[in-house]
Ligand binder design. Structure first.
Ligand SMILES: NC(=O)c1ccc[n+]([C@@H]2O[C@H](COP(=O)([O-])OP(=O)(O)OC[C@H]3O[C@@H](n4cnc5c(N)ncnc54)[C@H](O)[C@@H]3O)[C@@H](O)[C@H]2O)c1
Length: 341
């Protein structure tokens, strides 16, 4: 459902993985376009007609944010499993309604936080779990790149909700929750000083995690830099590969840069101190297309072989922490993200 920018990538991923899924239908009111290959799958202008006639076993919902709630509910009503693109809904109230409908219907869901499938992130998670960094003390993240002026010809991208916090930083905040644990407090400031639109072009946030770790995130779509996880990892062919780190995770025993997977530790185990040597080891993570890994996982989730890597309820917690940056900035005080059970 939704064959726009990201929906097309999902369509191509499904077509590229015939062993994992079969594309049985596409729903988008814009209708079929000559340049978009969909195999033999029929197009529907009406998404409900598609659900009722094609009866898919599972759906990828890649429609505009404001339609995520009604489209998720339409799947729940029909017992159809779904992968919901991020943000899982446009608001927290909508997320509560959707999570309740999912629980009542028993459908299985996945939120589209595809970064969780990057090999570098999975390796980082294992390094942290093994205790190689000791206790996590602090983390710093940068997401900074300059979107071209014509990106903003689409009006909603200049309005609240269309900026780098909900479009881009939400993925980083999901990553922070994944790697460092639950976020219990958020302080944020945001600015529109570079472009002057109603929506922010830049934001900085501070986080307190439940385990005592502290974090910062600097995010802008108005600055030219090599420091985004997309550029660092090469996950997306649309971004030049910079091989630079966008994340620094600092622990009591060592530190880790991501997505380049550079670990800093004492050459002599336990010989730790501010005037002791520290050395780097770099592992080149194998490249996996995270969208393919996500689809393979979604297939196993639908077939009940695996619990979700990130359910819609979990995606709602990421949404709550992301919206807390805006709330904190507006109210000029720290915010506790809304708690989803
Ligand atoms: N995971 C990621 O990295 C990522 C990247 C981009 C976008 N997204 C998310 O994906 C969603 C779509 O974003 P996009 O950039 O592809 O937007 P888009 O505007 O390019 O595409 C949305 C598509 O949905 C279609 N649509 C509208 N109403 C519909 C309906 N009732 N039924 C079916 N289709 C309908 C539109 O015609 C359009 O083709 C958003 O929630 C966005 O946040 C996620």
């Amino acid at each position: 459902m939704g064959a726009g920018l990201i929906g097309r990538r999902h369509i191509q991923t499904i077509l590229d993985m015939p062993g994992a899924a079969e594309l049985v239908a596409v729903a988008d009111p814009l209708g079929a376009s000559a340049e978009l290959k969909t195999g033999s799958a029929p197009w529907f202008a009406d998404e409900r007609e598609m659900l009722d006639r094609a009866r898919p076993e599972a759906v990828v919902i890649a429609t505009p944010n404001r339609l995520h709630l009604p489209h998720g509910i339409a799947c729940c009503e029909r017992g159809i499993h779904f992968l919901m693109e991020k943000p899982v809904t446009a608001t927290l109230e909508e997320a509560e309604t959707l999570v309740a409908a999912i629980r009542a219907s028993g459908v299985r869901t996945l939120a589209g936080h595809h970064r969780r499938y990057l090999a570098a992130i999975q390796e980082a998670k294992a390094v942290i779990a093994k205790g190689s960094l000791g206790r996590l003390v602090a983390v710093s993240v940068v997401w900074a790149t300059r979107k071209p002026d014509d990106y903003f010809k689409t009006a909603w991208r200049t309005q609240p909700g269309g900026g780098p916090l909900l479009i881009n930083a939400i993925h980083e905040i999901d990553m922070l929750r994944h790697l460092c644990g639950e976020i219990v407090s958020v302080s944020g400031i945001k600015s529109n000083a570079m472009r002057g639109f109603a929506v922010e072009d830049s934001a900085v946030a501070m986080f307190r995690f439940a385990n005592g770790c502290l974090g910062t995130l600097a995010c802008t779509d108005a600055g030219f830099s090599p420091w985004t996880i997309e550029q660092g990892s090469g996950e997306n062919p649309a971004f030049p590969h910079s091989a630079q780190s966008a994340y620094r995770l600092i622990g009591t025993e060592g530190s880790l840069e991501l997505p380049v997977l550079r670990t800093w530790s004492a050459p002599v185990p336990g010989d730790i101190g501010w005037n002791r040597p520290i050395a780097a080891t770099e592992a080149v993570p194998p490249y996996h297309d995270p969208y393919k890994a996500q689809l393979a996982h979604f297939q196993r989730l639908v077939r009940r072989d695996e619990p979700p890597v990130v359910s819609v309820a979990d995606g709602a917690r990421t949404l709550a922490a992301t919206l807390a940056v805006t709330q904190s900035s507006d109210e000029e005080r720290p915010r506790t993200p809304h708690r989803f059970p």
